[in-house]
Design a protein around this ligand. Structure first.
Ligand SMILES: Cc1cc2nc3c(=O)[nH]c(=O)nc-3n(C[C@H](O)[C@H](O)[C@H](O)COP(=O)(O)OP(=O)(O)OC[C@H]3O[C@@H](n4cnc5c(N)ncnc54)[C@H](O)[C@@H]3O)c2cc1C
Length: 317
């Protein structure tokens, strides 16, 4: 039972649903209700019928979030399952993907169809919906470089569509900056049209994807319970003498630093890791400690890149 009525759905609703299993950090409290919509129509009908006072939070595969220990009030929506995982080539260098498709699946589907320019997505372990919200990127390319159009729904269930930066069309243009978009906060992205920047033999593109992944495994703790880069680099890519968060953290002496079960990764010190029994509070306290030390010793105020969502345990007691 939730404190608010839940509209009927064709998908699945789980009440008092643990969220830790759905995040890379494996921490955090439960959602009042977790909704897995069957399709766009189900999602839109649910949002329209749900009491507007009930907060809604969307999660992808949880590779860029700390869900706090008190959990998330209201409804958490995940666009996961076969329907939401679709990624297919349209024509030429264009791809269509639903929001729950893993970035790696989109990169591989593009490669299998001989489309170049989406390989970078194979290095990002999120969903393409999450990649849109975070303007995910690596190796010199970001989601915005590939976006032709996106579709989704607002909190009231109404459909919304945006065109990619610089693309023609009647819809409003989506604006992106480094790991950020100014799309409305309540927009749930459901479907994207993406384009590559050329064509090549599928084997050649797939081989590049393998190399990118091997490079990642060498330099990042990708098998740990982590959430990738904790803090945004102070300067966006392309800035001359760009300051990187990991170098500042290292210089501040934080490599390997621990709070409870949370640790600054000894392998890549802009990654926090859950060494086994960390709470969300440990991870957040460690992040704040790192921010303080970097400010005191390097004079730079780091900005959280990992999104912290939900309530502290003390707020639910
Ligand atoms: C080992 C590791 C390496 C990483 N490397 C990189 C990297 O190189 N570059 C990079 O950019 N990131 C990197 N990340 C971070 C992360 O993978 C990306 O930010 C990713 O895009 C998040 O996607 P997600 O599905 O996990 O989203 P989540 O973490 O679940 O959510 C992130 C945000 O997106 C929102 N969101 C999710 N789905 C939707 C949707 N359908 N509509 C609207 N909003 C939505 C959520 O509300 C939340 O605000 C890394 C993470 C890990 C663990």
């Amino acid at each position: 039972m939730t404190a608010f009525p839940l509209p009927p759905v064709r998908g699945k609703i789980i009440v008092n649903a643990p969220l830790a299993p759905y995040t890379w950090f494996r921490v955090g409290g439960p959602a009042d209700a977790l909704f897995l919509p069957a399709d766009e129509e189900d999602l839109s009908a649910f949002l329209t019928a749900l009491d507007p006072a009930v907060p809604v939070t969307v999660l992808g595969v949880g590779s860029n979030v700390i869900v706090r220990d008190g959990g998330i009030r209201g409804v958490v929506i995940r666009l996961m399952g076969k329907y939401w995982g679709m990624a297919q080539a349209l024509d030429g260098i264009t791809m269509e993907a639903r929001a729950g498709a893993l970035d790696l699946s989109v990169a591989k589907a593009a490669a299998q169809n001989g489309i170049r320019g989406l390989e970078f997505l194979s290095g990002i372990p999120g969903s393409i919906g999450g990649a849109t919200r975070t303007n995910a990127g690596c190796y010199g390319r970001e989601l915005r470089d590939t976006l032709v159009a996106l579709h989704g729904f607002r909190r009231d269930g109404s459909p919304a569509a945006y065109r990619g930066p610089g693309k023609p069309g009647a819809q409003p243009e989506a604006h992106f900056s480094y790991r950020h978009t100014d799309l409305p906060d309540d927009l749930i992205v459901t479907r994207l049209i993406l384009e590559g920047n050329g064509t090549d033999a599928p084997e050649a593109i797939l081989s590049d994807i393998e190399q990118l992944q091997a490079r990642r495994a060498d330099t990042q703790p990708i098998k740990e319970k982590t959430s990738g880069s904790t803090f945004a680099n102070p300067d966006p890519p392309g800035t001359p003498d760009q300051r990187s968060a990991w170098k500042l953290i290292d210089a501040a002496g934080c490599r390997g630093l621990k709070v409870g079960g949370a640790q600054v990764s000894p392998k890549h010190c802009n990654f926090l890791i859950n060494t086994g029994d960390a709470t969300a509070a440990d991870l957040e306290a460690l992040g704040e400690l790192v921010r303080r030390r970097v400010l005191e010793t390097q004079g730079v105020e780091l900005r959280w890149e990992v999104r912290r969502v939900g309530q502290l345990a003390s707020e639910t007691a």
